[in-house]
Each structure stands twice: as C-alpha cells, then as structure tokens.
Design a protein around this ligand. Structure first.
Ligand SMILES: [Zn+2]
Ligand SMILES: [Zn+2]
Length: 367
C-alpha cells in the first residue's frame, strides 16, 4: 500500500508531502484512515530542532480517523470505529498503567518512541524506513500504529473536534480537572494562550474557577482567552506579571498558576504568582536545555507546590470519551478553538500561522 504523508527530513526545513510505502498492520496494530490532524507546537519543536529526533520522520500526534483494518489479535476496536489517537503508549500492565497513571507507562521502553514495538516502522521512502512520531505520525492519509494508541469515540463527534481532543484539549483541560483539581471559586492564572493555554482557560471555567487571569504577549490571544472564560487579561509586555496578578487577587496571588509555555521565565512567574498554599503547574513542554532557579525559601515558607503534568495527566481510554461528551453537551467550546482549517497540502502554511500566533488552533482536514 501507499500513503501520502508529510515527512520532515532535516530540522529547520519545510515539510515535504510525498508518497510513502505503507506496510499492513502486524499483531496488535491497526490501520487508520486519518480524517483530521491538529497543527501543534510539539511538532514545531521537532521541526526547529528544540527536541532533536532521528529523521526522516512523519510528525503529527493530534489526530482522529476511522479504523480500516485490524492486525491479528486486536480486540478493542474494529474497522469502521471512529478513533482519537493517543500519543502515549498504554501497555496496561506496568506499575503506572495498573495504578491509573497511564501517561507514565513504562511498558514499552525497550524500543524507541518512533518505531513500533518490534523495532521496525510501517512507513518507508524508497525502501528506507521513516520514523513515526510517538509511534503514530499522523500527518499521513493512513497510519499503521499500535492498537493501544487509538481510543474509540462516539460517531457524532466531528473529526476536527476529535483530533484536538487528542492533544491540546486533553492537555489543557486535563491539567485543570485531572491534575490540579481546581475547585469551584478558585482563582487561576494561565500563562500562554495558545492551543493548550486556551484549553486551560476553558478547563478552569468548567471547574468553576471564579477568577481566571489569562496572560500572553499578543492581544489577539488575550481576546481569544476572553471567549473561553478568562475574567481578566494581562499583556506580559506591559509590566510585571506577578505584581499585576497579586493586585487582582487581594495581594495574595492565585490558588493555581499554569505555565502553558514551558520556559524559565514563565515557570518562575507561575511559582511567584501563586498564593501561600497554592499550586504552580508546569504544562507546556520546554526545550531540553531549559533550567529554572526556583526559590526553596519561598516554597517552604509559603507551603507552595510545584508539579509537572504531561498530557494533562489524562487516562485516554477514560477521558477522551468524557471530553467528547462535554464537547457535544456544549460544556467545552471547540468550535471557536478551531479558528482555521487547512487542506493537507497547506501544512507549511499551517505551521507558519501557528508560529505567528494568529490562530487559536489550526486543523488539517483530509479528504
Ligand atoms: Zn500536541
Ligand atoms: Zn504501562
């Protein structure tokens, strides 16, 4: 078989949409026809070399589609099922899977995260293997991947919505409701209003937070944040973020602060902006080399907590269907989040607009 896919050959170069050879699914693998795929900063971090990865690789990790073929021994899904891709493995047996922290699964650590569990890839270019980001690589019309990485969802959910549930919605909303467990009436700060940050904002609204302060460098993103439930906005260019957060919260700071960017300055802002007893949550994934000098003194005397959350600490098998239901119940606003759609051949334009900050979330729709 063949599939058209966007291949990254070298960091710092554009995508090349080209035909690849596609192998059929082996045991415990599925073939999925991709219907929609989100354009995410994590792909960009690999494209620009922040996260060095072995290339060539098919990137893309926020996507949804329809199962078209099962390999032997697959029981969780069948051809025709609508599915969301999960970019984390789920062996179901390791200490983390067994205790419900599936994001931390260590059951498949003997092979790198860009090849299947048998050490090979399912896509090739002129006979040479092409790696698949997170064992999926969804910037492709068809994907063969481990069956544990597709989650069946209701069929009335639009594929564009399903796609973004697979990364930005899970990460942002999950960070609030699954990880930090924000309570009704809490005050929240969200630093960075991209695809993940806007979902932190709407997660905070869903949880009943009373004060939701959104912070970004771009006024258009702050305007988006208001649409999703921000009660106050701060443009970080216009003065000290922490002081302004304190001014909005009676001098104490917020109950929970989320860094949806992933950098030294923003991590420290999050920690400094939480009230005594508060919780700073690191959500955005930094470049490998980032370090941040925290103040242990302030943490001890303020009894502050700092923690990281990966993928919103969601359990995809449980939480993707719940997020789908919340969307269909109009308790999440994914219509306004998807501010732009693209055809597959427009993928380079999609990343240009992502980096410019002019879209809330862009999604590629496949024919
Ligand atoms: Zn992503
Ligand atoms: Zn596991």
């Amino acid at each position: 078989m063949r599939t058209r896919a966007a291949v990254l050959r070298k960091a710092g170069t554009p995508w090349e949409v080209t035909e690849l050879e596609l192998d059929p699914p082996k045991a415990n693998e599925v073939r999925v026809q991709v219907k929609a795929a989100g354009v995410c900063m994590s792909d960009w971090h690999i494209m620009n070399g922040d996260w060095p990865m072995p290339l060539p690789m098919v990137l893309g990790h926020e996507a949804a589609g329809i199962v078209v073929e099962n390999g032997p021994d697959v029981i969780a899904v069948k051809p025709g099922d609508h599915v969301i891709f999960s970019f984390r493995p789920h062996c179901g047996r390791c200490r983390y899977c067994s205790s419900g922290r599936t994001v931390l699964c260590v059951g498949h650590n003997d092979t790198p995260r860009w090849v299947m569990h048998d050490g090979t890839t399912r896509v090739r270019l002129n006979g040479e293997p092409v790696n698949q980001m997170a064992r999926i690589g969804t910037f492709s019309e068809c994907v063969v991947c481990p069956a544990e990485q597709v989650i069946r969802i209701r069929e009335d959910l639009p594929f564009t919505h399903a796609a973004i549930i697979g990364c930005s919605v899970a990460t942002g909303v999950g960070a609030v409701i699954r990880h930090a467990r924000v309570a009704a009436g809490d005050s929240v700060l969200v630093i960075g209003c991209g695809g993940v940050g806007l979902n932190v904002v709407q997660g905070a609204r869903l949880a009943g937070a009373r004060t939701i302060i959104a912070c970004d460098l771009l006024d258009n993103k702050l305007a988006y944040a208001k649409t999703f439930g921000a009660t106050h906005t701060i443009n970080a260019k216009l003065g000290d973020v922490v002081k302004r957060v304190q001014a909005l919260t009676g001098g104490l700071g917020v109950d929970a602060a989320f860094d949806a960017i992933g950098g030294e300055a923003t991590a420290l802002q999050a920690l400094d902006a939480v009230a005594p007893g508060g919780h700073a949550v690191l959500v955005g994934i930094p470049a490998f080399a980032v370090r941040a000098p925290i103040s242990p003194f302030n943490m001890v005397f303020g009894e502050k907590t700092i923690s990281g959350t990966y993928y919103g600490s969601v359990r995809p098998d449980i939480d993707f269907p719940i997020l789908a239901d919340l969307d269909m119940d109009k308790k999440l606003n994914l219509d306004d989040l998807i501010s732009r759609t693209y055809k597959f051949d427009e993928i380079n334009e999609g990343f240009r607009l992502l980096v410019s900050g002019s879209v809330a979330r862009g999604v590629i729709e496949f024919d």
